[in-house]
Design a binder for this molecule. Structure first.
Ligand code: ADP
Ligand code: MG
Length: 343
């Protein structure tokens, strides 16, 4: 099976050459890309926003079930999601890789193919990075650069009392997709001849393996003339992201359980795994949807948007964070993000 090219045979410079060849530049603000000591970007009159995210094999992804192409796509998407959450437009990324000797040139190319597809979709240029070897697994660190007019940048700390709390898309799917993939992995380890059972799980699995950054909604909000009063992307789970907005804005919030957006396949899968779907929605994480607040006066502009759900409102700080159940009882909302450091 070994027709693969070892990384050693082409070396770091050979690999960078391959990467450079696969990359094309589109943004007028990109002056110099891969190949010099640093990239050159022309910011014009805009403000620049910068964000970095690191993905570590065995912590953030498992290559037994995550195809490298999807991983490349996801690595870019999660970074673009942070730029989207600032209400900015992504323009460039840099990609740093620590890669073990067991990886082939073909494997790295597959990873970059996925990144390149994401770069096309989100209209960003891959302008540089760093490459080093790793004694353990694969580490991908991406820095995303974006631009925005000073007045459009949206922070976590500026939610106002009585603002509407909104989310994009549906939640909880990515977490359940991971449960499905873990189950199939265990079954495969017991019997390598078995075929994975992914029927009626396509959507949740896709939510886990190939999430999208909601740049589409960012553009649509602009067209509607709506500037969110605060925003964050949902990487750790709705509850903890709402807590960030409330803490940083010095406010409270109330959200309604029967308003939380759920996909039917997410609900079916939760039932199959005997996990409370509300917990998946509140604490699941990795959905990369946007959580944002808007002024009450913008209600008419967003009320019919198919990808936006109003789930509650911002209250005074003293009210705390509350979840109202369908029967009308209010419970304090507990936020538990992913705890990578807890074993
Ligand atoms: P230096 O030794 O000056 O850091 P490098 O040899 O690391 O230079 O990088 C040369 C060029 O290749 C730079 O433009 C750098 O941004 C780019 N580059 C290096 N590694 C990667 C990578 N993994 N992905 C994209 N570009 C890369
Ligand atoms: Mg370098």
């Amino acid at each position: 099976m070994n027709n693969l090219t070892s990384l050693n045979s082409i070396g770091e410079f050979g690999l960078i050459e391959e990467i450079k060849r696969a990359v094309s530049l589109k943004n007028p603000s990109t002056i110099v890309g891969i190949g010099d000591d640093a990239a050159v970007i022309e910011p014009g009159k805009k403000r620049i926003v910068v964000s970095t995210d690191m993905l570590v094999e065995g912590v953030h992804f498992d290559l037994t079930f995550c195809p490298l192409k999807h991983l490349g796509y996801k690595a870019v998407a999660v970074n673009v999601s942070d730029i989207a959450a600032m209400n900015a437009t992504p323009t460039q990324i840099t990609v740093s890789l620590a890669v073990g000797a067991r990886y082939s040139v073909e494997a790295v190319k597959e990873l970059y193919e996925g990144m390149q597809i994401a770069c096309e979709n989100y209209k960003v240029d891959l302008v540089g990075g760093d490459t080093t070897s790793s004694n353990s697994g694969l580490i991908i660190s991406i820095t995303a650069i974006g631009e925005a007019d000073p007045e459009t940048i949206t922070l976590r700390s500026t939610a106002g009392e009585n603002d509407l709390v909104c989310v994009t898309g549906d939640l909880g799917g990515a977490f359940l997709g991971l449960q499905v993939l873990e189950r199939e992995k265990q079954a495969f380890l017991v019997n390598p001849d078995m075929q994975p059972e992914l029927e009626n799980k396509e959507y949740v699995v896709q939510r886990q393996l190939r999430p999208e950054a909601r740049m589409d909604v960012i553009h649509e909000l602009r067209e509607l003339g709506v500037k969110p009063t605060s925003m964050i992307d949902i990487s750790d789970g709705l509850a903890s992201e709402l807590m960030h907005i409330c803490q940083q804005s010095g406010k409270g919030a109330v959200i309604f359980q029967d308003k939380l957006p759920a996909d039917p396949q997410m609900l079916d899968t939760a039932e199959e795994f005997k996990i409370d779907p509300v917990t998946c929605i509140l604490n699941g994480g990795e959905d990369y949807e946007l959580l944002f607040t808007v002024k009450l006066s913008d209600y008419d502009k967003i009320k019919n948007h198919p990808d936006i759900t109003i789930i509650g409102k911002i209250t005074a700080k003293e009210e705390g964070l509350k979840l109202v159940t369908p029967s009308g009882n209010a419970f304090p909302l507990k936020a538990q993000g992913w705890q990578h450091f807890q074993e």
